[in-house]
Design a protein around this ligand. Structure first.
Ligand SMILES: Cc1ncc(COP(=O)(O)O)c(C=O)c1O
Length: 390
């Protein structure tokens, strides 16, 4: 491995910085933001585009708001092209949680239906299922060796009453690939409809809709450089008419997707600026961004794995997020995980996700083009004394 010069003039054996990457963001210099996966971060050109839209609305509200439905449709077409999706088969929504609720409503669940989820699922998404149906939760050992083992565990937990599976494309705490195309196909063969939580997929995966689940949703505000409040719901043709409008309004009679997207006078500037994020990703070279992020998170994972008691979970090599297990006595509850996360932020100046698990939780690292190898080195150097003191 070659040694690169760091911002402070030292050397690092880690991957080189993405040229111009950090300068595209407004992130403060004192904190290593190693948690892109939670809320994303908005690049400056995308913020500027959004500000332009706000100023346009302020200057001539009538012209702006009357143009919103058509502009949403244009943004939808651009986003569909990026996802390689049917533009009439996706709707722009505000976040993955909203999309999950709409997706589950679209299925027309009956009282006898059972929905399968896993214990790696995101809280708000699993809760949306549990509010609508009887839920079976599959416990997946975070250390299951690969996607095949995960698929076997999921298929083994189906009951004769399972009609729907809600599964993560990339799980939040553990950064595991659960709903790969193979598992989606196997579920389809068994007559089980699939709702895939692809919150992390747009921007991170080359083909977010691979496997063509019945319903899929993804956030644009995580890895696709969009402003917060930008997400997309993709719906197979038979379910489109069943997607409810969150707020029935002037576009209601138009049906899916317009009825879902338009909710009267509201702030649409984030969604309208979302294509700017996709354009930025394309101009930087999406494969180069993905390669950089995957290599950098692999480097950070390698550094943390050298610390006593910390072990990496099996991972998807192309992902920009990875999770590691902490020594087993740590982060067994959400309160313990939050306390550790805040201590890491306060003492080491590093933002990471600390996830709780009953048998001991872990740390999730992300990498984005604004990150540099020395930020992970700082985390690794500081983490050992911090954990030894616990
Ligand atoms: C896998 C997964 N699903 C759903 C969500 C919810 O996203 P949002 O807050 O945009 O609704 C998250 C957020 O981090 C997530 O990681």
């Amino acid at each position: 491995m070659t040694t690169h010069r760091t911002a402070d003039g030292r050397g690092t054996d880690g991957p080189a910085a993405f040229p111009g990457g950090a300068a595209l963001f407004r992130l403060g210099p004192d904190v290593a933001h190693l948690n892109h996966g939670s809320f994303g971060a908005v690049p400056l050109p995308v913020s500027a585009a959004r500000r332009g839209l706000i100023e346009e609305a302020d200057a001539d509200p009538d012209a702006f708001f009357l143009s919103v439905p058509e502009r949403l449709a244009a943004a939808r077409r651009r986003i569909a092209a990026h996802l390689d999706a049917d533009p009439e088969g996706i709707a722009l929504v505000h976040n993955a949680t909203e999309a999950a609720n709409l997706a589950l409503d679209a299925l027309g669940l009956r009282p006898e239906d059972e929905v399968l989820v896993t214990d790696h699922g995101y809280g708000t998404v699993t809760d949306a299922a549990a509010r609508r149906a009887r839920v079976t939760t599959v416990a997946l050992d975070p250390e299951l060796p690969d996607e095949e083992a995960v698929a076997e565990a999921v298929l083994g937990a189906l009951t004769p009453r399972t009609t729907v599976a809600v599964l993560d494309q990339i799980s939040s705490p553990t950064a595991r690939s659960v709903a790969g195309p193979g598992l989606v196909a196997a579920l389809r063969e068994r007559g089980v409809r699939t709702v895939v939580d692809g919150a992390h997929a747009p921007g991170m995966l080359a083909r977010p809709l691979a496997g063509e689940p019945d319903l899929w949703f993804g956030n644009l505000h995580k890895w696709a450089y969009a402003p917060a409040g930008s997400a997309v719901l993709a719906v197979a043709a038979p379910y489109r008419a069943g997607v409810p409008a969150p707020v029935p309004s002037w576009e209601h009679a138009q049906g899916f997707p317009r009825a879902v997207e338009y909710r009267a006078t509201a702030d649409y500037t984030g969604l309208l600026a979302a294509p700017e994020g996709l354009d930025l990703l394309a101009s930087l070279g999406a494969p180069a961004v993905r390669r950089h992020n995957a290599e950098l998170v692999a480097y950070g994972t390698e550094l943390l794995s050298a610390l006593p008691g910390i072990t990496p979970l099996p991972y998807g090599p192309e992902l920009a997020m990875r999770s590691l297990r902490l020594p087993r006595r740590l982060a067994r509850t959400q309160a313990e995980a939050v306390a550790l996360r805040e201590e890491i932020a306060a003492r080491l100046g590093c933002r990471v996700l600390v996830w709780a698990w009953p048998t001991g939780g872990g740390i999730r690292l992300s990498a984005q083009i604004y990150n540099r190898a020395e930020e992970y080195e700082r985390l690794a150097a500081g983490l050992k004394p911090l954990l030894d003191g616990r």
